[in-house]
Design a protein around this ligand. Structure first.
Ligand code: BV8
Length: 234
């Protein structure tokens, strides 16, 4: 494998599955138990804030004490040991990449352990339940405190930075994502247009499998460390 210098990694819920966090579209996934329209859109929050807060309060509790797995650790090792630039863009809102040591990291769909004030846009670390009667520590107003996550119909974070990295990368690796949600599912096309080598590491072929030059299927804790070893051998 020739040396790559500018690597972009995209991760999804499948990376955290073996840490015990539910995925979205597996048969026992989150969207088998909840409807997106009821819990993951601004309209849902306006219509029934308690239902949305309860949905995220439960996921926040699950994310507080969860540990990264061997796949997260391998990606942190790649970032620290690879001579090139490694950027990890995650769709996940859990803190597992950070807990494994990744630093060059973008949470494009936000973070469950942060709160956002809908009134002033202030963000703050948040590990407890969010409720409608909380005051914002920055603007003092009440009723605007929501999870700092990107809902359907909202613009994901740091898209300019992500698209610039995709336009410049020579390797794009998509890990643990079904390729259903845009704009993330379109990143492989951007990487192909930049002339990058594109690889999918996933339990099973994703929706976007036809866009990848290479695919390795299996459990993340097995295939990701092995792939990182291959990259580090150069
Ligand atoms: C936007 C945060 C525009 C919250 C998430 C109609 C109306 C509005 C929008 C749209 C619409 N139609 C289309 C859209 C666009 C929409 C979209 O793509 N919808 C889909 C459903 C068709 N996208 C958006 O709305 C985005 N915003 O377009 O804004 C805009 C433009 C201008 C100005 C303003 C706005 C925002 C999308 C972000 C939504 N938020 N999450 C939360 O987490 O609750 S999305 C959610 O899905 C998560 O982030 C998740 O990460 C993401 C993708 O899911 P995956 O990570 O892929 O998880 P999944 O379960 O699907 O797959 C897991 C995979 O892992 C599987 O393949 C499985 O095989 C594999 N796996 C399982 N176990 C393992 C494994 N692999 C390896 N090892 C294992 N052990």
């Amino acid at each position: 494998m020739t040396g790559f210098n500018r690597i972009v990694i995209l991760t999804g819920a499948g990376l955290s599955a073996e840490s015990g966090l539910s995925t979205f579209r597996d048969k026992d996934g989150i969207w088998a138990r909840y409807r997106i329209e009821d819990v993951a859109t601004p309209e849902a929050f306006a219509r029934n804030p308690t239902l949305v807060q309860d949905f995220y309060n439960a996921r926040r509790k699950g994310a507080r004490d969860v540990a990264p797995n061997a796949a997260h650790a391998a990606l942190a090792r790649l970032e620290s040991d690879h001579p090139g630039n490694v950027l990890t863009v995650t769709q996940n809102i859990d803190p597992l990449h950070e807990r494994a040591g990744s630093k060059n990291l973008i949470h494009m769909h936000g973070e469950i352990l942060r709160a956002l004030c809908a009134h002033c846009g202030g963000r703050t670390p948040w590990e407890d339940d969010l409720t409608a009667d909380l005051d914002c520590g920055r603007c003092g107003r009440t009723g605007g405190m929501r999870p700092d996550v990107v809902w359907f119909g909202e613009m994901p974070y740091q898209m300019e930075t992500i698209y610039a990295a995709l336009a410049d990368c020579d390797l794009f690796v998509s890990i643990g994502t079904s390729g259903n949600v845009y704009p993330a599912a379109g990143f492989v096309a951007e990487a192909n247009a930049a002339g990058a080598h594109t690889v999918e590491l996933n339990l099973e072929p994703s929706e976007g499998i036809s866009h990848f030059a290479e695919a390795i299927h299996g459990k993340a804790t097995e295939i990701v460390p092995a792939y990182v070893d291959r990259l580090l051998k150069g």
